[in-house]
Design a protein around this ligand. Sequence first.
Ligand code: AMP
Length: 355
Amino acid sequence: MTQFTDLGLAKPLLKALADEGYETPTPIQAKAIPGVLAGRDLLGIAQTGTGKTAAFALPILHRLAEDRRAAPRRGCRVLVLSPTRELATQIGESFKTYGRHLGLSVAVIFGGVKYGGQMRTMAPGVDVLVATPGRLIDHLQEKTVTLEGVETFVLDEADQMLDMGFIVPIRRIVKHLAHKRQNLFFSATMPSEIGKLAGELLKDPLQVSVTPQATTVERIRQQVLFVEQQRKRALLAELFAEKDFKRVIVFTRTKRGADRVAKSLEQGGVEAAAIHGDKSQGQRERALAAFKAGQIRALVATDIAARGIDIDAVSHVVQYELPNVPEAYVHRIGRTARAGAEGSAIAFCADDERN
Ligand code: AMP
């Protein structure tokens, strides 16, 4: 089996991995890291939970450290685009964790917060910038960020970008990038529009695909419960009577639905919080922190709010309503059974959802 020491990574990176207790590379890491270190473009077909963040962060950090130079003012050497602020934050944390012995700078910018701090952070230039597309475009228009010096461009969760309407913004951002650069492209699924975008961006890419079927999904026990719409609340309350229903994400289709389900759980004595697009950044962060700390048992979320959330030890995922597309189902159940753990996914299906 491949070891991290076989991959040619710099000592300070191996040290950080040892600090984290990582022993062996995941399949996507073993396959992607050597090629990315050699400067190749990459098409990674992988969902979160496969270790894809380290698969790009480690070789990128290695290359930055081997060839140290100052980023341009207001610019960056590496740009990572992420669809949500939660995922952007997690990616930024990963770069900081793996790069902690290298002394490189990492910045994260996303919408919903003031511009001033982001402008001050970007003013001297940073090694790695992780950004959501909307806010990055604002900074580009204001010329408070420049992308001229980008040597490596990472597009993460491209299929989610498509769902969230970010394809046009991404094309606009790409126009700001230098022609000569390395491109790393990740997507869990490959709808045709994403295939097309990958074709435009990537030059002779190394292709690595880790099927969730063989990794995360195999460890998830999947069940469907046929239930009348009016009985769903009571059924959910019954499920929470089980002691092993410890840390549960409940998916609803709408924001109001999320609020209603969270409220009905609370009324039944189950600590719960809802996260969705109408909640402030502060509310979302507090809910996530309370859920991570085990202070609340149920996090009720819409698909968009839950994207990319990486919380260990989620025992169950309940789909209060079925999603409209299969990809959303796969993404939802992928919130459990992370980092090698087991998990259980339960889908409620009412009569009008059977088709
Ligand atoms: P990701 O797919 O990047 O969201 O990573 C999923 C989780 O796996 C994260 O919590 C990582 O910290 C963890 N992880 C990534 N690579 C490894 C590894 N080689 N060994 C152990 N845990 C890992």
